[in-house]
Design a protein around this ligand. Structure first.
Ligand code: C2E
Ligand code: MG
Ligand code: MG
Ligand code: MG
Length: 290
């Protein structure tokens, strides 16, 4: 819900100008057609070791490459996909794409890299999810540990018993589960109390002001300490400048992600970067506008 400004900043189409068009275009039928015509793309944003600056992996973020409209941000179609149920085939496409990419990277000698994908609440609780994940992992010969699954706090609004069972099941299969946008939902602590997750992602809202607002710093510091005491990894999202990175480093945050290092990029650009560097170290190229 907080994704309006970055979309504008990155030159996606202006929603106001095309409101009517948008309502006609972003219909269920169009989404289905987009899926059939293979119009979705997974972009990759580096996740960096906060201490060493080494790239550990990437978050996979979906875009819709529309033939007339150009690149459409997930904020403009994920909700529709959820409500129509198309999020299941779209999510399955994301899973397949991520495993294919992991297999390609392994061939390029980058087998240590991970991909973190976003799963909608509906897909997360879908009966076929565990079997589908396992099948894809086996087909590509990739260890489940390489694919991290991000869920948001909305998931916790669903049946706690079912969510708990599912997280346990996926963890036992070897898929790390991560809480996205941590700290923005009212049920954040429920996760830590009941659900066996491996990682929490500190929301951009706190990170954005960590260099100027002492309160943000205090909040992040306590999230990091809490995570450390519970044995969980922390990832800060939305790092946009060096000062923010340095503060997070001083606080003992494990990983960082943000425009300071790189915007989400198509796989080809990530490969170009691989080709030019022995080890993936900061700074990543700021990369193309999307
Ligand atoms: P998210 O998972 O919290 O992803 C982070 C968002 O913040 C991404 O927006 C990313 O481009 C943006 N971002 C990263 N670093 C910075 C920064 O330094 N500054 C600013 N201003 N923004 C930054 P994006 O790609 O538009 O995705 C928005 C949301 O859409 C995601 O939030 C996620 O909840 C959802 N989403 C993305 N891909 C998928 C997907 O494949 N499936 C599902 N179900 N949801 C997805
Ligand atoms: Mg995410
Ligand atoms: Mg996030
Ligand atoms: Mg989010």
């Amino acid at each position: 819900a907080r994704k309006k400004s970055p979309r504008k900043a990155r030159g996606f189409y202006k929603p106001d100008l095309f409101r009517t068009m948008k309502e006609t275009m972003l219909s269920e039928m169009n989404l289905r057609r987009g899926l059939d015509f293979n119009e979705f793309r997974l972009f990759y944003q580096p996740q960096v070791d906060c201490l060493t600056g080494k790239v550990l992996g990437f978050e996979g973020l979906i875009r819709w490459q529309h033939p007339e409209r150009g690149l459409i941000a997930p904020g403009d179609f994920i909700e529709l996909a959820e409500s129509t149920g198309l999020i299941i085939p779209i999510g399955e496409w994301v899973i397949q794409e991520a495993f294919s990419q992991l297999a390609v990277w392994e061939k390029l000698g980058r087998g240590h890299l991970t991909i973190s994908i976003n799963l909608s609440p509906r897909h997360f609780l879908h009966t076929k999810l565990p079997a589908f994940l396992m099948e894809c992992a086996n087909n590509k010969g990739i260890e489940p540990q390489k694919l991290k699954l991000e869920i948001t706090e909305n998931v916790a609004l669903e049946d706690h018993v079912a969510v708990n069972k599912r997280i346990n099941q996926l963890s036992e299969m070897g898929f790390p589960v991560s809480i996205d946008d941590f700290g923005t939902g009212y049920s954040a602590f429920i996760y830590l109390q009941h659900f066996p997750v491996q990682q929490i992602k500190i929301d951009r809202q706190f990170v954005r002001t960590v260099d100027v607002d002492p309160k943000s710093e205090i909040i992040i510091k306590s999230i990091v300490q809490l995570a450390q005491m519970l044995g969980l990894q922390t990832v800060a999202e939305g790092v946009e400048n060096e000062e923010q990175w340095k503060r997070l480093q001083a606080m003992g945050c494990d990983e960082i992600q943000g425009f300071y290092f790189s915007k989400p990029l198509p796989a080809e650009e990530i490969h170009r970067f691989f080709a030019s560097s022995e080890e993936l170290l900061l700074p990543m190229p700021k990369g193309a506008k999307n």
